[in-house]
Design a protein around this ligand. Structure first.
Ligand SMILES: [Zn+2]
Length: 413
């Protein structure tokens, strides 16, 4: 509740702003005082994708005075199924520029701060410093743990949301009283088992639903009203249209907010099992798209990740053009294969271990595994290696890289 003699620390509202926010101002729980708090508030949206789009739109409409946007990506056609902050007109533009254009069109009274960068261990603390609330709208585990840890270390609440296919989650993490994301999930799942949002698919309206819940929590935190989702995890099931809430407790053994053994940000790529090349970097490709040097170099010259050579699409194409084709294995799902395929044998990664007999080649035959982007296929290649296949490579970048760099006529999904 507002105190009787609040010091005049909040900015005043112009007549134009008073007219704009009138439906807030006549709500006693918001009022002039609350609207000024919103104007003074600084909120950082991590990502301007599926969750970040509705989140930023509603925060802007509500009059949050400073909105920070972190994104390094450009708008793609396939984003528009859910990322309603972007449009056909901004396809190919930086997402932060596209989002800024839409948000300033919606509310000229707010200030947009663009962080056109990938959020990393090197910049997160510095960026977070300038904000009061962080809203995590990312779709990968590296950034999710990074945002959580940076929120705990800087003492900023994290209005969290995540989505997968038809289900979503929301909570408010990293407050003094409540748990953090790591209290719930101390470590990420094994790499390759959980596809990213880009790989796994999502019902387009679901991030709208969850992003608006995040925005609601942000507004409540700023106004200090209601009961935020602190210590509660909201589970949204869009197909059954069920909302459930789980009670969460602070974990005293949590390495970041409990024991505090983590005192600084770590390497989240390694922590989340994202492969890093251990020998040479990616092969150089000249302007004609062909390989510099020996185009017929053996796959054994490719960068190695966890013992698996990573071959580029250019390298595979060059070898195929030379008349030699390794055994191609596609480990995506059947509905993905139905969209586009490279003529490979299809065994979805989850079915691989019980279908090894279908890989009807000698154990030392050259096998190239691919998926959509190269993560699931890396996992599959490791499984094949464990099962005694001695010459298995992973197609770096997967069928998406093939469609982008080798055969642009192929559909991208
Ligand atoms: Zn914790």
């Amino acid at each position: 509740m507002p105190k009787a003699m609040d010091p005049p620390i909040f900015p005043s509202l112009s007549n134009e702003e008073i007219a704009r926010y009138s439906r807030h101002l006549i709500l006693p729980e918001v009022g002039m005082e609350g609207q000024k708090k919103l104007k003074a508030a600084r909120v950082l949206c991590v990502g301007t994708g599926g969750l970040g789009a509705p989140l930023a739109l509603y925060l802007a409409a509500a009059g949050v005075g400073t909105l920070g946007l972190v994104d390094f990506d450009v708008v793609e056609e396939s984003n528009l199924q859910r990322q309603v902050i972007h449009s056909h007109a901004t396809v190919g533009k930086l997402k932060v520029d596209s989002a800024e254009q839409m948000l300033q069109g919606l509310n000229k009274h707010i200030h947009i701060v663009k962080h056109n960068t990938m959020l990393t261990s090197a910049n997160a603390l510095e960026i977070f410093k300038g904000y009061d609330v962080i809203a995590d709208g990312t779709d990968n585990f590296q950034t999710r743990y990074l945002v959580n840890d940076a929120c705990v270390l800087t003492g900023k609440p994290n209005a969290y949301g995540s989505i997968f296919r038809f289900e979503g989650q929301a909570s408010v993490f990293a407050t003094e009283q409540g748990p953090c994301y790591r209290c719930l999930y101390p470590a990420p799942p094994p790499p390759g088992l959980v596809p990213s949002c880009a790989e796994g698919g999502v019902l387009g309206i679901l991030p709208g639903l969850v992003g608006v819940i995040q925005a609601t929590e942000v507004i409540k935190l700023i106004l200090g009203i209601g009961e935020p989702l602190i210590g509660r995890l909201l589970l949204v099931d869009a197909l059954g249209m069920n909302f459930r809430t789980l009670r969460l407790r602070k974990n005293p053994d949590c390495p970041i907010c409990g024991t505090r053994q983590i005192k600084e940000l770590i390497d989240y790529d390694q922590f989340c099992g994202v492969p890093k090349p251990t020998s040479a970097g990616p092969l150089e490709v000249n302007s004609n798209g062909s390989l510099e040097g020996n185009a017929y170099a053996s796959f054994a010259d490719a960068p190695i990740v966890d013992g698996i050579p990573q071959i580029s699409v250019e390298q595979l194409k060059a070898r195929m053009d030379a008349g030699y084709s390794p055994f191609l294995l596609d480990v995506r799902e059947r509905h993905e294969y139905a969209i586009v395929d490279l003529g490979a044998l299809l065994i979805p990664v989850g079915e691989l271990h019980r279908n090894l007999h279908n890989i009807n080649v000698p154990k030392d035959a050259e096998i190239v595994v691919h998926c959509k982007s190269g993560i699931r296929s890396q996992h599959a290649a490791l499984l094949l290696k464990e099962q005694g296949f001695t010459n298995v490579s992973n197609l770096a970048g997967g069928i998406i890289a093939w469609a982008e760099r080798i055969d642009p006529k192929l559909p991208k999904y």
